[in-house]
Design a protein around this ligand. Structure first.
Ligand SMILES: NC(=O)c1ccc[n+]([C@@H]2O[C@H](COP(=O)([O-])OP(=O)(O)OC[C@H]3O[C@@H](n4cnc5c(N)ncnc54)[C@H](OP(=O)(O)O)[C@@H]3O)[C@@H](O)[C@H]2O)c1
Length: 387
């Protein structure tokens, strides 16, 4: 049976990995929507190959370019944030949310409100608006299938017991490229070094987040929303080989883990095929050649981001949205060469020093907090630059 897929963030790392799987199993999928931010050439190329009903470019100024690039096809073309959100409600058996950052929040929320099942890679949307997204899914009956490798691992482990039988969830973390670096050397880290993840090939933003360990903090918040076992039951464990993608310990002290090569096509395939399984071209695990698996406790003195995230979600309300927005600005400034590596998490911490905004009751409230936190973070970036 053919299933209909809408893919948001088609031109990115997760988007391309998804399309690699779809390409290999063409008869199983009909692509309904493909989207990008500004990469018109790649979006047009993918649209010609997968023949969606609609291609959407978020950057409105690129509309004419995309229209011209697809002029000799029957593919519909749209542009702008409103079109992106409307496209999320198109008929689909699955919406794969792979936009990076809070830019993915409005379309992901629209998909959930319309009752579409969502395979969620876009963790920032859940960090900023977790309560609203979970409530929307509950109300419409939509299922959220985690694509993040750790959350997909936990989701798979939870087929071995009920959530009220969980004693502990253990989120594994590679530790990133600077796991063993001394704190005093981190000021010299360059963007090129920070995006060179030892195990995973990913987009620039998540690679920097992995290097600061903010990614693991965001994942802690994500796990708290997806698997409500209580924050004190979710732990982080550094595991440099990225073979065990997370573990669930049940009340009987049985611990289930999901293992696999560090290839995002494995969790993506799990979400695409759920509740079935599909074949992938990924390398099977060769444990004999891996030979050993190492584990260590996270070092929150050198990597304070995870503690910031734990405090933000414990406080709740708008704090996680504030944290996420500040981090997006700080990471972009670091990648642009405007901020040092240690100043990324410093900036986030200083934005969180301000009084907590009122708890958000709507998406509009989240967008207001997001905008105010971005402005606050931007002011700090300007100060760092001129210091
Ligand atoms: N990469 C991984 O292995 C991985 C693993 C787990 C979770 N995730 C999560 O998955 C999400 C995507 O990550 P990624 O690494 O695939 O990112 P990426 O390679 O940077 O791709 C991001 C995608 O989002 C689009 N986009 C960017 N800004 C946008 C905006 N303002 N409006 C609309 N679309 C926009 C980009 O379009 P253009 O190409 O036109 O810029 C691109 O299609 C992130 O939330 C990340 O945390 C990724």
């Amino acid at each position: 049976m053919t299933r209909r897929l809408s893919l948001f963030g088609a031109t990115g790392s997760v988007g391309q990995s998804t399309l690699d799987l779809v390409r290999r199993d063409g008869a199983a999928w009909q692509v309904g929507v493909l989207t990008a931010n500004s990469d018109v050439a790649e979006l047009a190329r993918l649209a010609r190959e997968f023949q969606p009903e609609l291609a959407v470019i978020a950057d409105e100024s690129r509309y004419d370019e995309l229209k011209a690039a697809l002029a000799d096809t029957n593919i519909g073309v749209a542009a702008g944030a409103k079109a992106l959100t409307e496209a999320a409600t198109y008929p689909a058996d699955l919406v794969l949310a792979a936009i990076v950052g809070t830019a993915g929040l409005a379309p992901t929320m629209a998909a959930l409100e319309a009752g579409r099942d969502v395979a969620l890679a876009n963790k920032e949307s859940l960090v900023s608006a977790g309560e609203l997204m979970i409530a929307a899914a509950r109300k419409s009956g939509a299922t959220i299938l985690p694509v993040d490798s750790e959350h997909n691992a936990i989701f798979q482990c939870l087929s071995g017991g009920r959530i009220d039988q969980v004693r502990r969830i253990i989120l594994t973390a590679s530790g990133g490229p600077f796991r063993t670096m001394r704190a005093e050397d981190m000021a010299r880290v360059t963007p090129a070094e920070a995006v060179a993840h030892p195990n995973w090939s990913m987009g620039a933003k998540i690679s920097v987040d992995s290097a600061t360990m903010m990614n693991k903090g965001l994942e802690l918040i994500e796990a708290h929303h997806l698997f409500p076992v209580g924050l004190d039951r979710i732990e982080i464990l550094v595991h440099p080989q990225s073979v065990i993608h997370s573990l669930v310990e049940f009340v009987d002290c049985s611990t289930l883990a999901q293992l696999g090569s560090p290839d995002m096509r494995i969790p993506i395939a799990s979400a695409l095929a759920w509740p079935q399984r599909m074949a992938t071209p990924c390398a099977p695990l060769d444990l004999a050649s891996i030979a050993r698996l190492d584990f260590e406790a996270p070092d929150e003195a050198r990597f304070p981001a995870t503690a910031l995230c734990r405090a933000a979600i414990a406080e709740g309300g708008a704090r996680p949205a504030q944290l996420n927005a500040a981090n997006e600005v700080a990471v972009a400034a670091f990648l642009a060469g405007r901020l040092s590596f240690p100043a990324i998490v410093d900036t986030v911490a200083r934005v969180l020093d301000a009084d907590a905004p009122a708890a958000p009751a709507s998406l509009q409230d989240i967008f207001s907090v997001d905008a105010a936190s971005r402005a606050a973070a931007q002011r700090l970036v300007d100060q760092y630059e001129h210091a």
